[in-house]
Design a protein around this ligand. Structure first.
Ligand SMILES: Nc1ncnc2c1ncn2[C@@H]1O[C@H](COP(=O)(O)OP(=O)(O)OP(=O)(O)O)[C@@H](O)[C@H]1O
Length: 308
C-alpha cells in the first residue's frame, strides 16, 4: 500500500484542489461550511466526477481524466464512512460487516473472524444478530465503522464519522479508528469540524477554503503556527503567524506563506498546491524535512494523543 495522490477541478462548484497523503498517515481536512470538504470525499470516492481529475493510490491510477479513466466507486476499494451509516437494511449486523471481505473473495470463516473482531472493537458485538433498523444512530455508526474497516481498503475516507456519537462513544471510536489506521498503514482523509478528531487522529492538517487548499502541513505545525485564519481559529489563537521554513506536509512547496501569498499562489494561474501535485507513481516527498519527519512513505503515524 502506498500514498494517495488527488487532484480535481469542478468548475460549477468553484473547486480546484489537490492533496497528497502518504501511506500510513491521516490527513485531516478542515474548513468553513461550503468550502469543499465533502466534495473532496465524494470526488475521491467516485460519487462525483470532476471535469479534470487525477487520483491514484499507490501504483493504481483510479482516475485520470486526460486518459479517459474513471474507476467506478465499487471498484476503487476505498472505505468511505460518512455521517450516515448506510448499512444494508436487509442484512443483519454481522452480515453487513462480513459483506466487504466476502465480496473481496475472503473465505466465510475469515470474513466471520474479521467481522467479529471489529464488532468487538467498536463495542457492537452484542448487536450482531440485529438488523440495522433495530439500532440507534450511534449503534449504527459503530457498525458502519466496523464495516468500513473490514474490507482492508486501499485508503480510508471519513466525512465527520463521529458526528452522531455521544461524548462517551466518540473517544472510544477514535481509539478504534486510530488503532486500525496505524495497523493497516493505508492513507486516510478525515473531514472534521472537531479539534479532538484532529488531535487524536491527524498526522497532517489541510485547510480548504472556497474549493482551494490554502494550508497543508503536519498537524502540530499548523496548530503551532497557523498560516490561515481558519486554522488559527481551530488552534484557538487569534493571530496568523505562518511558518518560516519549508514545513509543508505532503509536497514540494517549501516556502511558507501568509494568507495573502497563499491566495496569490492559488490565483488563476493554478499553481501546485501545498500538498503537492498528483504524482503518477509512488514517490517520496521532495521536501527533505517532510520526508524525514512526517510524510515519508511507511512512516508511522505520529499524531499527538489526547486524554480521553
Ligand atoms: N449537489 C451539489 N450541486 C451543486 N453544488 C453543490 C452541491 N453540493 C455542494 N455544492 C456546492 O459545493 C461547494 C462545496 O460544498 P461541500 O458540501 O463540499 O462543502 P463542505 O466543506 O463539505 O461544507 P459543510 O462543512 O457545510 O459540510 C459549496 O459551494 C456547495 O454549495
Amino acid at each position: 500500500m502506498s500514498g494517495l495522490r488527488f487532484r480535481a477541478v469542478v468548475p460549477e462548484r468553484g473547486y480546484d484542489a489537490e492533496l497528497a497523503v502518504e501511506a500510513g498517515r491521516t490527513l485531516a481536512l478542515v474548513g468553513p461550511n461550503g468550502a469543499g470538504k465533502s466534495t473532496t470525499v465524494d470526488l475521491i470516492a467516485g460519487l462525483l466526477r470532476a471535469a479534470e481529475g487525477y487520483l491514484a493510490v499507490g501504483d493504481t491510477v483510479l482516475v485520470d481524466s486526460a486518459r479517459g479513466r474513471f474507476t467506478p466507486p465499487h471498484e476503487r476499494r476505498l472505505a468511505v464512512l460518512g455521517q450516515e451509516p448506510l448499512l444494508f437494511p436487509h442484512l443483519r449486523v454481522q452480515a453487513n460487516v462480513e459483506f466487504g471481505p466476502r465480496s473481496q473473495g475472503r473465505s466465510r470463516e475469515e470474513a466471520r473472524r474479521r467481522a467479529t473482531h471489529l464488532l468487538e472493537e467498536v463495542d457492537a458485538a452484542r448487536f450482531s444478530r440485529r438488523f440495522p433498523a433495530q439500532l440507534s444512530g450511534g449503534q449504527a455508526a459503530r457498525v458502519a465503522l466496523a464495516r468500513a474497516l473490514a474490507s482492508q481498503p486501499r485508503a480510508v475516507l471519513l466525512d465527520e464519522p463521529f458526528a452522531a456519537l455521544d461524548v462517551h462513544a466518540a473517544p472510544q471510536m477514535r481509539r478504534v479508528l486510530g488503532a486500525e489506521l496505524r495497523r493497516s498503514s493505508v492513507p486516510a482523509v478525515l473531514v472534521t469540524h472537531d479539534l479532538l478528531d484532529v488531535l487524536a487522529l491527524a498526522d497532517d492538517l489541510a485547510v480548504i477554503e472556497n474549493g482551494r487548499i490554502v494550508e497543508c502541513a503536519p498537524t502540530a505545525e499548523v496548530l503551532r503556527a497557523p498560516s490561515s485564519a481558519f486554522a488559527a481559529g481551530l488552534a484557538g489563537v487569534n493571530h496568523v503567524r505562518g511558518r518560516t521554513e519549508g514545513e509543508t506536509c505532503c509536497g514540494p512547496n517549501r516556502v511558507s506563506r501568509s494568507v495573502a501569498s497563499a491566495t496569490k499562489r492559488w490565483g488563476p494561474t493554478r499553481r501546485p498546491s501545498p500538498c503537492g501535485p498528483p504524482r503518477p507513481s509512488r514517490s517520496t516527498p521532495s521536501h527533505p524535512r517532510a520526508a524525514r519527519e512526517t510524510c515519508g512513505r511507511g512512516s508511522s503515524r505520529t499524531s499527538p494523543t489526547v486524554g480521553e
